[in-house]
Design a protein around this ligand. Structure first.
Ligand code: 3PG
Length: 397
């Protein structure tokens, strides 16, 4: 695909798709890694005199404007890190967006409101794509972490405007290729986090690629439930129990070892420093919520990492953003990072929350590579073609 090296942007309106789906608590950005990774592209475009319209999504508002999912709180941290003012438009299409783009001078930028406030975004609806395309003359995709979504702003636009990969997109593909093209085995994956429904489907293919799959976080509860273990009031998707059982059977056939928690940290309320205790996984009470993996599980995971050669990690093992439920994730991250620093393990982590969790554990710098991508990272590992990347290679303009 073409990169910024090939684009003549001076005085042109450039639509840049980035990933600003950043960890946020009480309206504040709690980890700015995704913002930092897009700065090279934005700075280069600004220095080259482009008129920059920034497109991004936040959360999963299902095609409706949801005030809590506005991108407005991201403007401040973005402008501060970029070192130049960034304007904001309350919509990503229509009169307001068009006026905001028309008001830009060379080198100036506007952040357009959450693309997922419109149903056309996820549907990749041609009318919506056309309304976005009207705002720009050039399209730059710098959101590797959204490239697994064939959405209007991450895929559709590449077919409507001359399309280029941004610097972050280039860097992610290169770094993942270097680290994981031919992984040394045993290859172990850790998959956790709360996005159970979308990630569960990916595990079916993953078990045919990795030697060990450690399942943690909200994802583990669905698997435990599928095995008849009571998970009390924990996050769990009972509708996906059949899928979970199919994945377990597939793993068995493929010779992939599945590791589920054998103990857990539970609490009756989900709040910082809530009263909590460690219990065996078969002793979770009806009103208990599993909020972290227990010490026995941490030890089992860390032991497995010692005999692994490569680790890919997406998704925290517990509710790491609320103390003290970060302990399990932090202990495993620190151990993996030490093995990596000693040259005994090649470790790659990816995903918005994973990046934040690794930063919390001071593990990011000791990992071989930390990708901003979560779902896209897993799909890339599975060897799937990512629609957002493919579209850049097949752009018609
Ligand atoms: C991510 O956080 O992995 C990306 O921003 C994609 O978000 P999504 O899973 O809601 O599509």
């Amino acid at each position: 695909f073409r990169t910024l090296d090939d684009a003549a942007v001076k005085g042109r309106r450039v639509l840049v798709r980035v990933d600003l789906n950043v960890p946020m608590k009480d309206g504040r950005v709690t980890d700015a890694t995704r913002i930092d990774r897009i700065l090279p592209t934005l700075r280069e475009l600004a220095a080259s005199g482009a008129r920059i319209g920034i497109l991004a999504h936040f959360g999963r508002p299902k095609g409706e404007p949801v005030p809590e999912m506005s991108l407005r709180p991201v403007v401040g941290p973005l402008a501060e890190r970029l070192g130049v003012p960034v304007a904001f438009a309350d919509d990503c299409i229509g009169d307001e967006a068009e006026a905001a783009m028309a008001a830009l001078g060379d080198g100036q930028a506007v952040l357009l409101e959450n693309t997922r406030f419109h149903k056309g975004e996820e549907r990749n609806d041609p009318d919506f794509v056309a309304r976005l395309a009207k705002l720009g003359e050039i399209y730059v995709n710098d959101a590797f972490s959204c490239a697994h979504r064939a959405h209007a702003s991450s895929e559709g636009l590449a077919h409507r405007l001359p399309a280029y990969a941004g610097r972050n997109m280039e860097a992610e593909l290169k770094a993942l290729g270097n680290a994981l093209e031919r992984p040394e085995r045993p290859l172990t994956a850790i998959v956790g986090g709360a996005k159970v429904s979308t990630k569960l489907a990916l595990l079916g293919n993953l078990v045919t690629r990795v030697d060990n799959l450690i399942i943690g976080g909200g994802m583990a509860n669905t698997f435990l439930h599928a095995q008849g273990i009571k998970v009390g009031a924990s996050l769990c998707e009972p509708d996906l129990a059949d899928t979970a059982r199919e994945i377990l059977a597939k793993a068995d056939k493929a010779g992939c070892r599945i590791v589920l928690p054998t103990d857990a940290i539970v609490a009756r309320e989900f709040a910082a420093n809530a009263a909590h205790r460690a219990v065996s996984i078969d002793a979770v009470a009806d009103d208990d919520m599993i909020l972290d993996v227990g010490p026995e599980s941490v030890m089992a995971v860390n032991t497995l990492l010692e005999v692994s050669k490569t680790l890919v990690w997406n998704g925290p093992l517990g509710a790491f953003e609320t103390p003290p439920f970060e302990a399990g994730t932090v202990a495993v991250a620190d151990h993996a990072a030490n093995l990596c620093a000693d040259g005994r393990l090649l470790a790659v982590g990816g995903g918005g929350d994973t990046v934040a969790a690794l930063a919390m554990a001071n593990a990011a710098d000791r990992f071989t590579y930390v990708s901003t991508a979560g779902g896209a990272f897993l799909e890339w590992i599975e060897g799937r073609e990512l629609p957002g990347v493919k579209a850049l290679s097949t752009t018609v303009c």
